[in-house]
Design a protein around this ligand. Structure first.
Ligand SMILES: [Ca+2]
Length: 211
């Protein structure tokens, strides 16, 4: 049922009036652990869900997977939940934030045009979210339109939790990472302007590379 809903949402996102989705590729259901996913900082599996908690020895906790884009990919989607509880900390001016990015391996450049940002979805622990026209959010499900990404494109999907002493202990759950595939009847015209500044995750990652 959950997968059917994802099919419908993926079709809407791709601008299809008649859903023509044939299949899905599972990237992460976390039922039997992390599989090929990589981590940095406190990431655990709890009841088949990946859980990111704030990194006490750094600003960022990361969960990522490198993969090749399947043929006829329409959407990349996942379920995520962010919860925060007071932890008595203070002094850090920015709220804890989840940033999700689809980047090229090695260079960490965004695969899709997200001018000014390296992430395609951001959510902080005050409830503010940020995403562009290639993204659809339905309750806890987030879908990214990847129909313009050529088959076989090497990609890395990053989930980054940016923490700090903002007074809250923040926890992020990630599950059901899948790519819906199918045939698109008409060529899609994808456009969108993502306003803003370079994301903090992108900055930190590049800085970490050069250290
Ligand atoms: Ca915090």
């Amino acid at each position: 049922m959950k997968l059917l809903m994802t099919c419908v949402l993926a079709a809407m996102l791709a601008g299809l009036t008649v859903p023509a989705i044939a299949n899905s590729v599972a990237l992460g259901d976390f039922q039997t652990g992390l599989g090929d996913w990589m981590t940095d900082g406190p990431v655990s599996i709890s009841s088949g869900v990946a859980v990111l908690e704030e990194n006490p020895s750094g600003l960022m906790t990361s969960l990522w997977l490198e993969f090749a884009m399947p043929a006829q990919a329409l959407s990349l989607s996942f379920h995520s939940a962010l919860t925060a509880s007071p932890d008595g900390s203070g002094g850090f001016p920015l709220p804890d934030t989840l940033q999700v990015s689809l980047l090229r391996p090695g260079t960490y450049e965004p695969i899709l045009s997200t001018a000014g940002f390296s992430d395609f979805y951001g959510l902080d622990n005050t409830g503010d979210s940020r995403f562009g026209p290639l993204v659809m959010v339905a309750d806890t499900e987030i879908l990214l339109n990847v129909s313009s990404v050529p088959s076989g494109t090497e990609a890395v999907l990053f989930f980054d939790l940016l923490g700090g002493g903002d007074g809250m202990a923040t926890r992020v759950e990630v599950d059901d990472v899948i790519i819906m595939t199918g045939v698109i009847p008409e060529p899609l015209t994808l456009s969108g302007v993502w306003l803003g500044v370079l994301s903090i995750a992108g900055y930190l990652r590049r800085r970490r590379r050069h250290e």
